[in-house]
Design a protein around this ligand. Structure first.
Ligand code: NIG
Ligand code: FE
Length: 416
């Protein structure tokens, strides 16, 4: 039999999670727990693409390879997709963390001028080079923990120049076309506009969105639609401007108070509704009947010390397309580690380990509009692969607090 030559063969996976089974699109309901697992599996890679997935014996017979990775009976899975981060922030907020440890709430700190506004003040006074270095280091840490595709939002500039800078930096740290950018000028009303909210919304719509679109700096537009932040009406206005400029919507919805954010996201045809800790039954039904992905961020509930997690189990069972993300940001979720999120998703949302994995690979890819490109191990998709050091999928979230990614393949290239 003729053998084909490929660049890379990953062999001998105890469980090769393809996340490629089931009907097309994001996995819902019972399909989420059956994303496809090949026993003693293997993957063949040529250039930056997957060319074959199957049993190790079969692929070994079909291919010779310039390089082989022996998974030694451990789990192999698609690279993680992190569909919600605020990772261009420059400086951290451990001062607020300490206050929260002593009982102050996130909302109290924000109302007193801290929170996102504190980050914005710091962002504006931090030299650009320092912000680039922070963003690059954060991105790099995410990658070594297995995140091969990542969404990055602006939202700490809160003026036109600062928002453009944040999105430019998100572009600069994108080595291989793996950063998806979202404009989040409507993250908070900055200090200088506190007495003129309408003026700030006009600035977002009439100056920032056109500037972002004209420079091609973002794919998506997001709004923090929340009590004390942006109202439903303001969100609609911003979404209309975004649509007029070719940006697709995402929404921070029902995070701290239930305000019908999920329903609004569906009404606006948003690609995703994110957070959803306070989603209502109507919101769950609306999402289940739509193409809008429910991006859950259980690391935020954990980090804010909230009793409430999103009703993840109910949402999966109701047929919502559930994805997971870190929410990496200096206030409410200071981690870029996707594996931490798997653990918190299992415990806080009631997901099975395999469901959490599928939610942070395949479904997360759909949440950033890249479901046809990443998130699964299947021929033709980008060769983004994580070789772990655990023998069974369940051990990934179970043995927490350590990095289980022993090899990360990113666009066909082994990460040092
Ligand atoms: O997703 N909700 C809004 N934005 C972030 C928090 C950002 C911050 O505190 O700096 C979030 O939780
Ligand atoms: Fe967020």
């Amino acid at each position: 039999m003729m053998t084909d030559h490929v660049d890379l063969l990953v062999l001998n996976a105890s469980q090769l999670v393809t996340a490629a089974a089931g009907p097309p699109g994001p996995l819902r309901g019972e399909d989420l727990r059956r994303p496809g697992i090949v026993r003693n599996g293997a993957v063949a890679v040529a250039g930056d693409r997957i060319v074959a997935v199957g049993a190790s014996d079969e692929l070994r017979a079909r291919f010779t390879a310039a390089r082989e990775i022996d998974a030694h009976g451990c789990v192999v899975l698609p690279g993680f997709v992190d569909p919600h981060t605020h990772l261009v922030f420059g400086r951290t907020r451990e001062d607020e963390f300490e206050l929260r440890c002593l009982g102050r709430t996130y909302e109290e700190i924000a109302a007193a001028g801290g929170g996102i506004r504190a980050s914005s003040r710091r962002f504006r006074t931090t030299p650009r080079g320092e912000i680039v270095a922070q963003a690059r280091a954060t991105r790099r840490r995410a990658l070594v923990h297995g995140t091969t595709t990542i969404e990055v939002k602006s939202g700490y500039g809160l003026d036109t120049a600062g928002e453009l800078t944040a999105l430019e930096i998100a572009g600069e740290i994108d080595d291989r076309g793996d950063v998806v950018r979202t404009f989040l000028g409507a993250h908070e009303v900055p200090d200088e506009w506190r007495d003129d909210r309408a003026g700030y919304v006009r600035l977002v719509c009439e100056e920032m969105i056109p500037a972002v679109a004209e420079r091609g700096l973002a794919t998506f537009c997001d709004v923090f639609c929340e009590e004390h932040v942006f109202t439903q009406g303001e969100t609609r206005t911003i979404a209309a401007a975004a649509r007029a400029h070719g940006l697709r919507m995402k929404l921070h919805a029902d995070e701290l108070a239930g305000t019908g954010g999920a329903e609004l996201a569906v009404e606006l045809g948003a690609v995703s509704a994110d957070h959803l800790m306070r989603i209502s039954d109507e919101g769950i039904a609306a999402l289940a009947g739509s193409d809008t992905i429910a991006v859950l961020l259980p690391g935020t509930s954990f980090f804010l010390g909230m009793r409430a997690f999103a009703p993840g189990r109910r949402m999966v069972d109701a047929g919502c397309a559930v994805a997971l993300a870190t929410d990496c940001n200096p206030g409410s979720s200071m981690t870029e580690n996707p594996q931490t999120i798997l653990t918190v998703a299992c415990i806080g949302l009631g997901l099975r380990p395999i469901e959490a994995l599928a939610a942070m690979t395949r479904n997360a890819a759909y949440a950033v509009g890249l479901g046809d490109e990443v998130g699964r191990l299947a021929p033709g998709l980008r060769a983004d692969i994580v070789v772990s050091d655990v023998p069974d999928v369940r051990v990934l979230p179970y043995h927490h607090g350590v990095n289980h990614a022993s090899v990360v393949v990113h666009h066909g290239v082994i990460v040092d």
